[in-house]
Design a binder for this molecule. Structure first.
Ligand code: NAD
Ligand code: ZN
Ligand code: ZN
Length: 361
């Protein structure tokens, strides 16, 4: 089958192969025929070493598809079911799932040492899977807990986006930052994650939502998707003055992964406000805070991992919001790519030119 493989960290492009197989599903595993996979900036970050990634590996972690084979102990899904892959699913039994009630931080399913590390095989060689999902392939194998079953009438192309970017962005606004009605919000980065954070802030009832991006050509669409203002970083101080009287925003969300912008997001958060870091920078990049300002500003600084999701609940919430017209995934998609166009899609994502692209298998 076809699969897009990162040969070595640092490669500009993925190796598009046609001779890859999956491993056989274990007793509690499921083989999914991937119909669609979104391209997320984290795929680019896995390629350039920002996000630690073994190689060779099939990239992609934002996918949806149809169950094509189940292990003998699988009970939650059956052949023919439609599912969205979950890159950090809850086991339902560990301390993070229950005692701390942070199911997005559960590592029991995806880090399960009893399962094979590598999902794919090519010419006898084992090939890994990004985030143990590997959705840039016609099929992948996941533990049955690593997916959410959805109704068959839901389009799988938009559903795939819920698997990462949309859940992360909407969840960062409503679950992590907990944006409140009537508040002022600034979102740095109008890619798939940032635009989803904007839509999440609108759903939460924010009064002003300012998108900040370098790509002004995206501003009209970003406003159609919920931003009340869209500005370049240079224009932000004036806009902030107008909206907040110079106090700073109630909520600031960084959806880029740039340490200088993370610092800027903290700076434009008002005293007592919330600064939520969604973007992913490198392990060896740092953001500095003075030992005085943390006390003085009394700001809430919080990271958001997968939008703080409980995938079992939140994926359905998002689908209902789509159905109700409050969440627009269709307008987020710039273009649908074929397998052969994956590297064009990676290039467009790297340059920040798009909101979301979907690969159709
Ligand atoms: P994207 O590439 O689609 O969008 C990034 C946007 O930021 C682009 O519009 C780009 O023009 C803009 N940008 C870049 N540098 C900028 C700057 N200095 N000032 C203003 N705008 C700038 O990315 P995405 O897929 O939306 O992902 C965004 C970030 O979120 C990435 O770091 C990704 O790894 C991360 N992410 C985190 C999680 C999580 O669980 N926290 C999940 C998914 C993705
Ligand atoms: Zn758990
Ligand atoms: Zn992602």
């Amino acid at each position: 089958m076809r699969a897009a493989i990162l040969r070595e960290v640092g490669d500009e492009h993925l190796d598009l192969c046609t001779d890859v197989e999956t491993i056989d599903p274990g007793p509690s595993d499921v083989r999914i025929k991937i119909t669609h996979s979104g391209i997320c900036h984290s795929d680019v970050s896995a390629m350039n070493g920002t996000i630690p990634q073994g190689a060779p590996s099939v990239l992609g972690h934002e996918g949806a598809g149809i169950v094509e084979e189940v292990g003998k102990d699988v009970s939650r899904v059956a052949v023919g079911d439609h599912v969205i892959a979950v890159w950090s699913p809850p086991c339902g039994a560990c301390d993070f799932c229950n005692k701390f009630h942070r199911p997005n931080l559960c590592q029991e399913v995806m880090m399960d040492a009893s399962r094979p590390i590598n999902t794919f095989i090519q010419g006898g060689e084992e090939i890994g899977a990004m985030a143990r999902t590997g959705t840039f392939a016609e099929s992948t194998v996941l533990p049955e807990l690593g997916m959410v079953k959805i109704d068959k009438d839901i389009p799988l192309d938009t559903a795939s986006l819920i698997g990462c970017g949309v859940m992360t962005g909407v969840g960062a606004s409503i679950n992590t930052a907990k944006v409140t009605p009537g508040s002022s919000v600034v979102v740095f980065g109008a890619g798939g994650v940032g635009v989803s954070a904007i839509q999440g802030a609108k759903i939460a009832g924010a009064a002003e939502i300012v998108a900040v991006d370098l790509k002004t050509e995206k501003f009209d669409r970003v406003k159609e998707l919920g931003a009340t203002h869209a500005v370049t970083p240079e224009e932000l101080p004036d806009t902030m003055g107008e909206i907040t009287g110079g106090h700073g925003f109630d909520f600031a969300l960084e959806c880029i992964g740039n340490p200088a912008v993370m610092r800027q997001a903290f700076d434009v958060t008002r005293r007592g406000g919330t600064c939520c870091i969604v973007g992913v920078g490198r392990l060896d990049e740092f953001v500095q805070f003075s030992a005085f300002e943390l006390f003085y500003g009394e700001k809430n600084l919080v990271g958001s991992y997968y939008g703080g999701t409980d995938a079992r609940v939140d994926f359905h919430r998002l689908l209902r919001l789509c159905e109700g017209g409050q969440l627009d995934l269709r307008s987020m998609i710039d273009r649908t790519l074929s397998f052969d166009e994956i590297n064009d899609g990676i290039d467009a994502c790297r340059s920040g030119d798009v909101i979301r692209q979907v690969v159709e298998f």
